[in-house]
Design a protein around this ligand. Structure first.
Ligand code: FNR
Length: 369
């Protein structure tokens, strides 16, 4: 318990001070081209970016995914994000609440989010390894009640844990545990990765156990193996640092993760994250089959550079870019964006072929998604 909070602060420091993007893997969103329509037959002013999500109306399909909590600095960051999403009508998650479940004195670093965002969609957060160690309905309910959450995210981070000397590397029984919880928890469960991607196999298992919302958090943005590589080096553990370097670009790229998850779980609600860096990326993710797109690292970087104001500007820019992308593809609303014409690059197409996914889903015109 005593180590959770300082470790989290370590993580934040590393992500803002160092280059933590995947080393050789991109999110593959460059392999998704939205076809420009010189005659969009719509007006920029009429574009509707809104979406219904978890029973509330979002002004745009954008989520700040879970990052922090557990110490005083995190409380300030959480409140700044919360104020921005409240003002803009977006949604956010908090970071792992394990620290506060184990030490109630830290609960305020999470619950501040609901105070700063009284009406926004807020998502609680618990790590899958904790489920193996005995967390169940009681702890999840605690996490939800702590922040009056609309849903709870269970995060998967096997790649990261494998490179922590203190890592929780036992994933045996996680799927069964998720099934049990999905059956009895009164709130929706989101299963999310943390930057190494949910692909065909995991999405198939999640669908089978009744999970309806999946955040793919693919490779191409923040690499948690890379973060652990820096930590290992700082502690003088060169062996672990070298092994982490080998895997620092490992995972399912975000575009591939969206396609594979949509293929495996056609009826799921998909949050696309991992390397989403602009409103154009959001538009591409939605055209590829996602419902909502999420981002983490750019938000913490914005906070460090310019506080809540910079977060607000970043998110405003993303909404503006999404709106323009929709205008330029002649998509009046998100349903039209999801069936707009796109062209897929060779790399993504060959990955789809290798995985037995039909590219016909993405041919011109309405698709079956
Ligand atoms: C994260 N992420 C994360 N995810 C989670 O479920 N629980 C957590 O506690 C954290 N903590 C955390 C801290 C920091 C500083 C960052 C940058 C990220 C992962 C995050 O939600 C997201 O899945 C990945 O970072 C990929 O998105 P980006 O960063 O490429 O936009």
């Amino acid at each position: 318990m005593a180590t959770t909070s300082p470790r989290k602060l370590d993580h934040i420091r590393i992500t803002v001070d160092s280059r933590v993007d995947h080393d050789w893997t991109s999110a593959l969103l460059d392999d998704v081209v939205l076809v420009y329509k010189a005659l969009p037959e719509t007006s920029l002013n009429d574009i509707d970016t809104s979406i219904e999500f978890l029973g509330k109306r979002l002004s745009a399909p954008i989520m700040v995914t879970g990052m922090t909590g557990g110490h005083a600095v995190a409380a300030e960051i959480n409140c700044a994000i919360a104020k921005a999403v409240e003002e803009l009508g977006l949604m956010m998650g908090v970071g792992s609440q394990r620290a506060a479940i184990e030490n109630p004195n830290l609960a305020y670093t999470f619950s501040i989010v609901r105070k700063c965002a009284p009406s926004a969609v807020i998502v609680a957060n618990i790590g899958a390894p904790q489920l193996v160690k005995g967390y169940g309905i009681k702890e999840l309910t605690k996490a939800i009640e702590m922040i009056d959450a609309d849903a709870v995210a269970i995060h998967l981070n096997a790649a990261q844990e494998a490179f922590q000397p203190e890592g929780d590397t036992d994933y045996v029984g996680v799927v069964d545990k998720i099934r049990e919880l999905a059956d009895v928890l009164g709130k929706p469960i989101i299963v999310k990765e943390t930057g190494h991607g949910i692909g065909l196999e995991a999405a198939t298992l999640l669908r089978a156990v009744g999970i309806k919302i999946i955040d793919v958090a693919g490779a191409g943005g923040t690499s948690w193996v890379k973060v652990e590589q820096y930590r290992a080096r700082a502690k003088g553990d060169e062996l672990l640092a070298a092994a982490a370097s080998t895997f620092s670009g490992f995972g399912v790229p975000t575009a591939q993760a969206i396609v594979e998850t949509r293929w495996a779980a056609p009826d799921a609600c998909i949050i696309a994250s991992g390397g989403i860096r602009s409103g154009l990326d959001v538009a591409k993710a939605i055209a590829l089959g996602a419902d909502v797109a999420g981002l983490a690292l750019p938000v913490i970087n914005a906070y460090v550079q310019g506080g809540g104001h910079a977060i607000l500007n970043l998110l405003k820019r993303m909404i503006m870019e999404l709106r323009i992308a929709m205008f330029l593809t002649g998509s009046k609303d998100l349903a039209e964006l999801r069936s707009t014409n796109i062209i897929l690059g060779q790399r993504l197409l060959s990955l789809m072929e290798a995985r037995g996914i039909s590219a016909e889903l993405y041919l011109n015109g309405p698709r079956l998604l």
